[in-house]
Design a protein around this ligand. Structure first.
Ligand code: PMV
Length: 324
């Protein structure tokens, strides 16, 4: 039996426009919240068990908040996003006896921050369910701790974007988060492949290259930093040509550090052929997604990518986490 009181919170996914990987070496990055959200609804169960259903990806199971365990309904051990939900419930001091329903419009495993969006929305829903009002800063911090516990290492980019929304310029330590005042109608297309990259492994492979050849790698990160800072100015002044050019150079540098793939390249180059002013892989690489800057050429770029992968027009979410 469920108590009729229902609390729903939602949070957006994200895409990195400039500076991925370099951000791990203390360089700045620019990222945008994507208008695709994770919705987390919580109701009370009278039997004191905690059950979670993630619609869209067909995962459900019982969590035991007190003992920190997960038992999937289908008996498999593919816990995925449920781990983030469990740790978020533990971190917010939630008690067992919850029915949680999650709806995702964010494609999972595409580098669009679905796990952070679920984490942030769970922190918000679970705290509001207990009538506790957390500030955005508190939500971002708690959600980042959850990501660190589940993933071992993570940058705070995803949880910051899911919490605050908008377009943000930030440094690795996230001490400096600057919301950029850019038209949210920025002409970007996102293409994503079903092949997912493993962020941890990619970051590690870049670290090994950097350790063995710092004299080659560090200048590449310095160039990425210059690109991110240049892009910040170009985005603010609306200099389309320069934004596109910076994306192309950034893609080349990401290729140079070894995180590009055939699938990503194919989307990146077809977008340029169809009129994008610039395009690059986004996020960790190794699969996942790319972005294309294409004023006036959306239809052509989206259609050509959709012939072999998936693409959509990016709408920036100016709203971060919110109660529904
Ligand atoms: O692919 P994503 O969305 O997980 O982005 C990873 C971004 C990196 O800079 C490669 C790693 C990080 O933690 O910042």
């Amino acid at each position: 039996m469920l108590n009729p009181r229902n609390v729903t919170a939602s949070a957006p996914g994200k895409t990195i426009l400039f500076g991925e990987h370099a951000v791990v070496y203390g360089k700045p990055a620019i990222a945008a919240a994507v208008d695709k959200r994770a919705y987390v609804s919580i109701q009370e169960r009278e039997d004191k068990k905690t059950h979670v259903t993630i619609n869209n990806i067909g995962i459900s199971g019982f969590l035991n908040i007190e003992q920190g365990t997960i038992e999937l309904d289908n008996g498999e051990n593919n816990e995925g996003i449920l781990k983030y939900v469990l740790i978020a419930l533990m971190k917010t001091g939630s008690k067992d006896g919850l029915e949680i329903t999650i709806n995702l419009d964010i494609p999972v495993g595409a580098g669009l921050g679905s796990s952070a969006a679920v984490t942030v929305a769970t922190v918000k829903a679970a705290s509001s369910f207990k009538y506790v009002k957390l500030t955005r800063d508190e939500i971002a911090k708690l959600a980042y701790q959850v990501e660190l516990i589940v993933q071992g290492s993570a940058s705070p980019i995803d949880t910051i974007l899911s919490t605050y929304g908008g377009i943000v310029y930030l440094s690795r330590d996230a001490e400096k988060i600057i919301k950029l005042d850019i038209d949210s109608e920025i002409p970007l297309v996102i293409g994503y492949t079903s092949k997912r990259g493993n962020t941890g492994k990619l970051v590690e492979s870049v670290r090994l290259k950097t350790e063995s050849n710092p004299q080659v790698m560090i200048p590449l990160f310095n160039s990425m930093e210059a690109l991110t800072n240049g892009a910040r100015e170009a985005l603010t002044s609306g200099d389309h040509k320069m934004i596109g050019e910076f994306m192309n150079i950034n893609h080349g540098l990401l290729d140079a550090i070894g995180v590009n793939t055939d699938e990503l390249s194919k989307m990146v180059y077809i977008a340029r052929k169809k009129g994008a002013l610039g395009s690059k892989l986004t996020g960790a690489g190794g699969g996942g997604s790319m972005i294309a800057y294409c004023p006036g050429k959306f239809k052509e770029v989206i259609e050509s990518i959709n012939e072999f992968e998936n693409a959509f027009k990016l709408k920036i979410s100016t709203d971060g986490v919110r109660l529904e």
